[in-house]
Structures are given as structure tokens and as C-alpha cells.
Design a binder for this molecule. Sequence first.
Ligand SMILES: C[S@@+](CC[C@H](N)C(=O)[O-])C[C@H]1O[C@@H](n2cnc3c(N)ncnc32)[C@H](O)[C@@H]1O
Length: 433
Amino acid sequence: MAAAAGNYKRILQLLEKWPIEEGKTGRDLGEFIRNKINRAYKENKFETDFKYWDSQFLSLQRLVNNEYRNKYPRVLVSSATGLTDQMIKKMYKHLIRKFCTATPHKPVMLKEVLHFLQPEAEQTVLDMTFGSGGHSRQILKEAPNVKIIALDRDPLAYGYAEKLAEEFPDQVVPLLGRFSEAPDLLRKHNVKQRSIDAILFDFGCSSMQFDTPSRGFSVSHNGPLDMRMDSNRFPEDPTAADVLAKASEEDLYKIIKTYGQEKKAKKIARAIVEARYLFKTLTTTEELADLVDSVFDEEIRVDKLQRPSHNATKTFQALRIFVNNELNEINYGLIIAHKYLKLGGRVVTLTFHSLEDVIVKRHLLGNLIADTANPLPLKYSSHSFDLDGNLVKDVMESNWLSLNKHVLVPKHEEVENNPRSRSAKLRAAVRIR
Ligand SMILES: C[S@@+](CC[C@H](N)C(=O)[O-])C[C@H]1O[C@@H](n2cnc3c(N)ncnc32)[C@H](O)[C@@H]1O
């Protein structure tokens, strides 16, 4: 059912792009698309036949992306659904309600997260990365009358949080915003510093973000190169396509090298800049994936499970981190966690790559300078680095007591059932200062 809701949403997003052509009764492409969808839904095909769904979706996407522009010139009057933007948003909400009885994002290391968060009756838990609420829902089950503050920067996730708040009135407070917006949002809801019992961070993207082609996160679903987790909340913020079109070669190199840890960053940055001059700007995920692929010879990359992975995966990760300012957000999020937790309160983090994990590790081990994760190596191997006594004390005195000596990783069965959990690392700590 969840997949069906996702599919509905993707279809609506396609339709939004196609205008109604009132002067073309009977020849209106928008109408053609709508009829096609209606027929497929009547026959229940979208819910049962995923191959059919994919082939239909791609063919509709070609129509909607105006690949047949000469055949069907388009006039922008309204959307193909015949609905306004507001009406479409209302409809998404309705569809989420109707179809999402199950959560589409499988919560990672659920048992372990609950074990370390230890939510108890009447406590307040801040879920900083609500997603579709898999972890929050379990917390509500385990701790009677627990209060969940549910933050997410993605308006779609906020819709899920609102739905949960309807199911658990007085227990769930949905908040739409980034970690860096949390202090303002919490103030507005009269949540004081040092008042929260437990905080959860499940970093990265949700399955809904990855699996919705129009969000542009995925190397394997074609869609516009967007990648903004905030969707259109800040329309002036650059999309991935904007970065690719405007950043200098040197900046692109730094982004891809630093945030993607990509060995071929230089060649990829060069190819992106050359593409600007040679043919056109990159606007779709497929175009970027193909371009990056062209930089690799016959090489086939594999992921940690030894499955072939796309050559552009690291470039996509880099752009996503840059577009969403993810690493600064994580740093800021952990400072906020420290300020808002009670003494004795717990923080649990799930990270999915080493750039995220190293920031968490430095915070929890107290390896900070001026509230920022220390960029120097964890072990000071260089004797030329001059450490005065106060700095050493500042740097090494942690506000946290770690609850697990070594990071926890998901069990084999979980990775089998949910491959997205494969690179998860769990850390947990108690606020002691
Ligand atoms: C892996 S998903 C969380 C899934 C969730 N735990 C569940 O069980 O459904 C990560 C979520 O964090 C959100 N997110 C990432 N960075 C954020 C930030 N800086 N501020 C607020 N939300 C953020 C994303 O929008 C995404 O919905």
C-alpha cells in the first residue's frame, strides 16, 4: 500500500507539469495521460504489477518532460490535473492518509535504538529526523503517554508527523524545520533547554526521498537534479542542477572529493564543466549519471555487500551533502542535543557513512574546539602541534558518557531484509555535563 501511495504521488507530480490545453479538446495530451492513469488504476495495475508501473511511469515521464515538444507544443496555463498547487498539496495529504497504513521507510536498528533510548512513561523524546516515523511509532508503543517532538526538514515527513499527531492527540508535536531551525521552533512550543529525556538522530535520506524520482536523489531513478531535502521550502536555495551549472571546476572538485571521497573527483569535475560548453546544462539524474560513467573506463564498482554499484553513487552523495549542508547541520544538531537534554538524558545516533560518523564521534568523545568537531585527527600524532594545558582540557573533556564502547552495526538478518541498513552505525551516550 505504501508503494501505491508513493506511485500516486509520483504520478501527480508528473501531471502537475502538464498544462491543460483547453483549445485542444480530444487532442489534449494532459487528458490522454489522465485517462491512461485512470484505466490503470481501475484495473489495479499500479498496486500489483510493478514492472507495468515502471514502464508506464517512464513513458509518462517522457511525455511530461516534453520530449515530444515538436509534436505537442505546450502552453502553460494550468496543471494537467486541472487542480491548483494548493489543491494538489491537499490531495497528497489525503492520499498519504488513505494509503499509508504501513510506514514506507523501514526503521533501522529499531530494537537497538529503543534499548539505548530507554523511553519511559510520561517522558519527552525529541526525534530530530522523523522521516515516516518508524522509530517514533515504536517509542509511542513502548512508553505510555510519552511525548514525541517530531522534527524533519522535509514537508512530506511533516505530513506523516501530522498524521501521527492525529492518531496520538496530545502526544505528538510535529515540527517542520532543519536542526538549525530547531531552537526557534522549540522556543515557539515553549520547550526549555535541559528539559528533554532522550534525543534520536537517524541521519541521511529517507526511502521516500531516495525512491521518488522527482526529488532527484537517486542515481537509479531518472528525475530532475533537485536533491533538496527541504523540497521547495526555500525556493532560492540551489538545487543540485544549479550547483552543477554554476560552481567552478575547482569547487566542483572539492565538493566531489570531500563529500563523496571520490578518487576520480578531478576528472568528474572537468567532465561537468566541459559538458557545459559542449552540449548543455545537466538537468536530470540520468544525464549526470551517464556523464560520470563516461569518466570511468570499464571499471565496475561494488558496494559493501559486493553488489555492483553505480559509478556515480559517490558523486550523488557529494552533491546531496553539499546541497543540504548536511555536515554543518549534524554538527549543529549535536550542539542542540547537548543544550536540550537533561543531565542524564540520552542521545542515540545512526550514521550511514564515515563523514557523518566522525562528527558524532568527535562530539561524543569531547574532541571539539569552540563547539565545532575538531578537524584535526583524533590522535595527535604531530609533535609540532602546540597544545597548551587549557586546550587539551577543553578538547578532551567530554560532555557525554558513551554507552557503547564500539559502534553497533545491524545484524546480518536486518541487512538481508533491509539493504539500506547495511552501512548503519549506532552510537549512544548520556549527557553528564
Ligand atoms: C533516515 S530518515 C529517518 C527515518 C525515520 N527514523 C523513520 O523511522 O522513518 C532521515 C530523515 O531526516 C531528515 N533530515 C536530514 N537532515 C535533517 C536536518 N538537518 N534537519 C531536519 N531533518 C533532517 C530527512 O529529511 C529524512 O526525512
